[in-house]
Write a protein that binds this ligand. Sequence first.
Ligand SMILES: Nc1ncnc2c1ncn2[C@@H]1O[C@H](COP(=O)(O)OP(=O)(O)OP(=O)(O)O)[C@@H](O)[C@H]1O
Length: 235
Amino acid sequence: MPNAPLVDVSGLTKTFGADTPQALTVLDDLSMQVAPGEIVAVMGESGSGKSTLLHILGGLDRPTRGTVRIGERDVFAMDDETLSTFRNQTIGFVFQFHHLLPEFSALENVTMPARIQGQSQHKANDRAQALLDLLELADRAGQSPSTLSGGEKQRVAIARALMNEPELVLLDEPTGNLDARTAAPIHDEIETLRRETGQTFVLVTHTPALAAVADRVLRLEHGQLHPISLDEHAA
Ligand SMILES: Nc1ncnc2c1ncn2[C@@H]1O[C@H](COP(=O)(O)OP(=O)(O)OP(=O)(O)O)[C@@H](O)[C@H]1O
């Protein structure tokens, strides 16, 4: 890896219910490095720990052991308040279900991360509108999420994740609840975004068509990551 990695994970272990008879080790001494500007897909069976890994990468859940470095920062060495600010500035999340706020318009949902950071409404609106344009939602800005299609809602959620220009974007099954025809443009847009912004993407998916946009595909199995080719996955 020629550049210093943006994401550097080592010795990552996560055990749910440690010290109980039901203890379940989902991640087991896992290592992972992601270069700046890379798209990495993580696949694996249901229950293999993909979402757990993504939550830990994003500082939403703590590991039992191990370290996660993002850029210069040791994520779990930060106190909760510092971590929460770091997350808001450095990481964008997109989940399978978009979690848009129903009482706000598409544009207001997209501006939310910038407003939390205290950015002026005017500046935030300009950037949010540009992101909605990029995601081909220019004419949906004023609409409430309840009036948008599933694919449109998910694109609004992607725009919101990109609002603060995060260095790292984490996507958990971003098109998992969409049909193939609705999902395909979103897959293309992830590639376009990387080209235009140079951001780094780690995405979790069961969908080979989405994994196909990645530079590398990893399979999570028995708590560890292994490189695979998509042909192997299909086999
Ligand atoms: N908070 C928790 N407490 C106990 N067990 C948990 C918790 N969160 C997840 N697990 C268990 O850890 C395992 C991995 O869950 P995870 O959601 O990371 O899997 P996944 O690979 O993302 O699955 P899927 O593809 O079905 O979304 C599962 O067996 C799950 O039941």
